[in-house]
Write a protein that binds this ligand. Structure first.
Ligand code: ATP
Length: 291
């Protein structure tokens, strides 16, 4: 069974506080985009295993897809494993949520394979124990995500843009960005006061904001360089996704996006992906599960 596992971007990412347990509360507007890993599952094996030919992706129980399978099968006391094979297209540790997406793909497919033993809400809470972005990928719709990634509200208020992703050729550790973050210097709250309540609709021309961007860019100036290039070549707005390193530009027409893609391709350190925003749920899900 082969499953497509999409990347995400954060059009808005406000850090609202830090909890005593070290987790950060946030409010984020998240969309899946048309850049995919492929996750293949083989059933009927004794032990769970994972393989991936990307050098930075672990092939043991620390792989998020492996962790998802182990949690799912253990919770149901299933005495069988699943063989997981991942073909990576999504840059790793790049703010595009690849590992979380792979984990969500495993949860969704195991749930389907075993006859939907878990409700969507139960899958989402299991997903949260694997990673903060996993619930969003299980939800699989454009969403305003809040709390520590556990509160999800479907969002429909945005037209679809062409997106040019610029992976600047280096990865960033999420933990390192959060460690260097100074909450007193974050500013997305001022840009958009009430996205969560939908009182103010999101306008990407002026509301794009990421509280992690200036911290990440001060450590990795290549982020500003990619952002500036996207704006110079006609993007309506540009922003770092998640904790970086990928920067995306939004384009209202394909022609300008193609031209920007061609111009930015001159920098041979950058990997470029011209993609669509995924505005609809692509996978059938049951409304009800048993637990
Ligand atoms: P995050 O913000 O959660 O750190 P990210 O989107 O920036 O995520 P990922 O591509 O998910 O980045 O990788 C983050 C880390 O997770 C990497 O260090 C990688 O080695 C590890 N990892 C574990 N499982 C996977 C997986 N299936 N795919 C990619 N990375 C994985």
């Amino acid at each position: 069974m082969r499953i497509l596992s999409p990347a995400k971007i954060n059009l808005f990412l406000q850090i609202t506080g830090k909890r005593p347990d070290g987790y950060h509360d946030l409010v984020s507007l998240m969309y899946c985009v048309g850049l995919y890993d492929t996750v293949s599952l083989t059933f009927g094996v004794k032990e769970t295993s994972v393989s991936c030919c990307h050098p930075d992706v672990p092939e043991d129980e620390t792989n998020l897809a492996f962790a998802a399978a182990a949690l799912f099968l253990n919770t149901l006391n299933i005495n069988q494993g699943v063989k997981i094979s991942i073909e990576k297209q999504i840059p790793v540790a790049a703010g595009l949520g690849g590992g979380s997406s792979n984990a969500a793909a495993v949860f969704l497919e195991l749930n389907r394979h075993y006859g939907y033993p878990f409700s969507p809400d139960k899958l989402i809470s299991m997903g949260l124990s694997i990673g903060a972005d996993v619930p969003f990928f299980i939800f699989r719709k454009p969403a305003i995500v809040s709390g520590i990634g556990d509160k999800l509200k479907a969002y429909q208020g945005l037209e679809s843009f062409k997106i040019l992703l610029v992976f600047p050729g280096f990865s960033i550790s999420t933990a390192k960005v959060y460690k260097n973050l100074n909450l007193g210097l974050t500013n997305c709250k001022k840009k958009l006061k009430s996205l969560l309540l939908n009182e103010q609709s999101f306008d990407p021309r002026c509301h794009l904001c990421n509280d992690l961007e200036s911290t990440a860019a001060s450590m990795y100036p290549g982020i500003f360089k990619a952002k500036e290039a996207l704006l110079r070549h006609g993007a309506l707005g540009a922003l770092m996704s998640g904790s970086g390193s990928t920067v995306f530009g939004l384009f209202s027409d394909s022609d300008t996006a193609f031209k920007a893609n061609r111009a930015l391709a001159e920098n041979d350190k950058w990997q470029l992906y011209l993609v669509n925003m995924i505005t609809k749920e692509t996978e059938d899900k049951p409304e009800q599960g048993l637990s």
